[in-house]
Design a protein around this ligand. Structure first.
Ligand code: PEP
Length: 259
């Protein structure tokens, strides 16, 4: 676990226009600077809307604010007649280190299938962007008790065709849909159960050495008050935070979970 640097990621969803986004990031920067946060110990990334990315890039230029950033989605295609789509090539040129792939809201609202997501994962790798692949079950599946198998099937389907070398740099986010934006948090043991199952599956697909390198995040109503107990779990290497990432002080406290 100690070779895997914890990643605290904030998904702003469709909140914060490009002016509000800059203000939020500035507040976060000041708060973390005041607290003398050591970015080499705990990595921080934000996922603003596309329209904020240029501003975020400008604010993080130089070494003053070593926050990484990424988009919330990308196209499976690189360029051409795909009105409304955003290419991984464009994101890469804007300095995106990461991109969310298959967030549950995209799977549900835009009917993104595992097969499509596998092509988006490939597109991210093609442009040297690390995909943060989101998987996780809904309430009915959890109640039926088939959540492990369901989540692992999403994982296998969305990683179809990727190499072990690519997999070693991957980030996976386990986000049970019933815990997203609901205030309902999976217990630390639930988070550990699934993150461990995901790592075991990755070991079967790509080998133990590769699986040991993959960072696996938990997401679903994470706040400063519950972050430390979740992050203490052996196979949880970070958190993906929605609502609580829109409050700079709260998010900074999640980043500083060790204190
Ligand atoms: C998310 O959208 O990835 C998420 C985990 O949201 P929230 O923290 O608001 O539950």
């Amino acid at each position: 676990k100690f070779d895997r640097k914890p990643l605290i990621a904030g998904n702003w969803k469709m909140n914060m226009d490009h002016v509000q986004g800059i203000t939020l990031l500035q507040k976060l920067a000041w708060t973390l600077a005041d607290a003398e946060h050591d970015f080499s110990r705990v990595e921080v990334a934000v996922f603003p809307p596309f329209t904020d990315l240029r501003g975020v890039q400008t604010l993080t230029m130089g070494d003053d604010l070593p926050v990484h950033y990424g988009a919330q989605d990308l196209s499976a295609q690189d360029s051409g007649a795909y009105t409304g789509e955003i290419s991984g090539q464009f994101l890469s040129r804007l300095g995106c280190s990461y991109v969310l792939v298959g967030h549950s809201e995209r799977r549900a609202l835009h009917h993104e299938s595992d097969a499509l997501l596998a092509t988006k994962v490939a597109a991210a790798f093609r442009h040297s962007i690390t995909p943060v692949l989101c998987v996780g079950e809904g309430l009915e599946i959890r109640q039926a008790g088939t959540h492990v198998e369901y989540t692992l099937e999403q994982l296998r389907g969305s990683l179809e065709g990727i190499t072990a070398e690519q997999a070693a740099t991957l980030v996976v986010a386990y986000e049970p849909v019933w815990a997203i934006g609901t205030g309902e948090v999976a217990g630390p043991e639930d988070a550990q159960e699934l993150c461990a199952a995901i790592r075991t599956e990755l070991a079967q697909l790509f080998g133990d050495e590769t699986a040991a390198k993959v960072r696996i995040l938990y997401g679903g109503s994470v706040k400063a008050a519950n972050a430390a107990s979740i992050l203490a779990q052996r196979d949880v290497d970070g958190v993906l935070v929605g609502g609580a990432s829109l409050d700079a002080a709260e998010f900074a406290n999640i980043v500083r979970f060790e204190h």
